[in-house]
Write a protein that binds this ligand. Structure first.
Ligand SMILES: [Zn+2]
Length: 141
């Protein structure tokens, strides 16, 4: 899943979730995207909003035998991974620090991704910073 900050032609801002990066374009082209405030279908991705992604290597403990949709999920996750790799800057374990920089100092770097520890995530949450966490898969398995 991917979260976008969206904006309509009347400057209403809202967030929406998409199963993959292409889904936004698909829905937009079919004029199925509507502003939740005024119903306008002139929607754009709001690139001015901070957009950070926290990747989590621990979340994906899926059992390949017991999970019949495992390959489907894996395919989706690979697409998301590719999208993030192409559009976000990797900051590794400095993620927590970078997010705070963006949050408090209006730092220019908008699209970043990286890893956090559980402790760092809790700290950020206490400071009111919500993260988008996605499971991260390695190419080999
Ligand atoms: Zn609107």
């Amino acid at each position: 899943m991917i979260k976008y900050n969206l904006k309509c032609n009347n400057n209403h801002e809202f967030e929406s979730w998409f199963s993959e990066s292409k889904e936004f374009e698909k829905l937009k082209n079919k004029k199925l995207l509507e502003c939740i405030f005024c119903g306008s279908n002139k929607i754009q991705k709001n690139i001015m909003s901070p957009n950070v992604v926290n990747v989590d290597r621990e979340t994906l403990n899926l059992d390949s035998k017991g999970h019949k949709d495992f390959n489907e999920i894996k395919k989706e996750l690979k697409k998301i991974k590719k999208f993030v790799e192409n559009n976000f800057k990797y900051v590794g374990n400095k993620f927590s620090q970078e997010v705070k920089d963006i949050h408090y100092n209006n730092k220019k770097e908008k699209n970043i991704y990286g890893t956090t520890t559980l402790k760092e995530r809790q700290e950020l949450k206490e400071e009111g910073i919500e993260l988008t966490t996605i499971p991260w898969i390695d190419e080999e398995n």
